[in-house]
Design a protein around this ligand. Structure first.
Ligand code: HEM
Length: 290
């Protein structure tokens, strides 16, 4: 029980607090409060609907909440990549599990958003102008860190030097998967040298030798349990990412049909194409061989 609670309950079941209890922090300065610590004044004043339409608030909050979850994903992923680099897999497993759970939160937002009908969305869609999730630099950074490298996406951010620099750095750096392959190599698996030290800004091309290495891990799990566990954590993340893409596409189809996106792509046709993406292709292809 939290200090300061008397443990008694009023008739309505609400816990009573003893108003004379001096250990309760009654006089906290604004900066030291819950709201101060969390900077809630700024956070809760960052919603600026451009129309008078009721549903625009839903649209803004769902996007902002998703961006906050993306921020945490990036934080965890950065640490997970460093952990693999220093052969410290236990903390990496914990971080990747956390990423998977965050992805579940990201998936849940579609149910909330899908309560908005096409008519409700179209009532404020014009206010969005050319803005689109397509320009989310955090999303693109996440894709780069997971291994989906496409330099042309950086161009979208050319008027934003700070985020463009972050994206360029991640584009040229080894991804989570590149680090996993380097780990396999350090453990004595035959990974072609061109996969260990390459131009990491280029898209990843699946390799038969990499599949063969992962197959050994999957066929002798007792000998390579931690690598097997790593592979399955990667599959969790990839799987959840695909679910997110699919739910995004279906929600978009439900709300705007086959109209073009505000970002200028074909809309659903663009999102459907992205469903084919796999961050860790050999971990999927090996399943057919088992
Ligand atoms: C009514 C709700 C939504 C609609 C109609 C919508 C529509 C679209 C469309 C059509 C695209 C393709 C790019 C374009 O031409 O604009 C797109 C991309 C994207 N959207 Fe949404 N979206 C919605 C909600 C969301 C939410 C809640 C998020 C969460 C962050 C999000 C994140 C993204 C991202 C990251 C992309 C880029 C995907 C990629 O390049 O693979 N969208 N969206």
């Amino acid at each position: 029980m939290a200090s300061g609670e008397s443990g008694e309950r009023s008739a309505g079941g609400t816990p009573r607090v003893d108003l004379t209890d001096e250990s309760v922090h009654w006089n906290v300065s604004r900066a030291e409060t819950y709201g101060g610590y969390l900077d809630l004044d700024r956070l809760l004043n960052a919603q600026h609907p451009r129309s008078i339409e009721h549903d625009e608030m839903l649209f803004i909050v769902v996007h902002q909440a998703s961006e906050l979850w993306l921020k945490l994903c990036l934080h965890e992923l950065k640490a997970a990549i460093s952990a693999i680099r220093r052969d410290d897999l236990d903390p990496c497993f914990k971080m990747l599990s956390r990423v998977s759970h965050i992805q579940t939160q990201l998936l849940n937002v579609w149910d909330v958003l899908a309560t908005m009908t096409p008519f409700e969305y179209s009532s404020f869609r014009n206010q969005l102008g050319p803005s689109s999730g397509f320009q989310s630099w955090q999303y693109r950074l996440l894709e780069f860190m997971l291994g989906n490298k496409h330099a042309e996406f950086v161009r979208v951010h050319r008027d934003d030097p700070e985020h463009m620099a972050l994206l360029e750095q991640a584009l040229g750096a080894p991804s989570l998967y590149d680090e996993a392959l380097r780990l396999l190599s350090r453990r004595g698996f035959e990974i072609p040298s061109e996969y260990l030290d390459r131009d990491f800004s280029q898209p990843y091309v699946p390799s038969k030798q990499v599949t063969a290495a992962w197959l050994i891990v999957y066929h002798s799990t007792q000998a390579h349990w931690d690598l097997y566990e790593l592979a399955e954590k990667l599959i969790d993340v990839d799987h959840n990412f695909q679910l997110w893409r699919f739910s995004h596409m279906k929600t978009v189809e439900r709300i705007i049909g086959y109209k073009r996106g505000t970002g200028g792509t074909g809309g659903v046709s663009y999102l459907a194409k992205a469903l084919e993406l796999r961050f860790f292709p050999e971990l999927w292809s090996l399943r057919t061989s088992i």
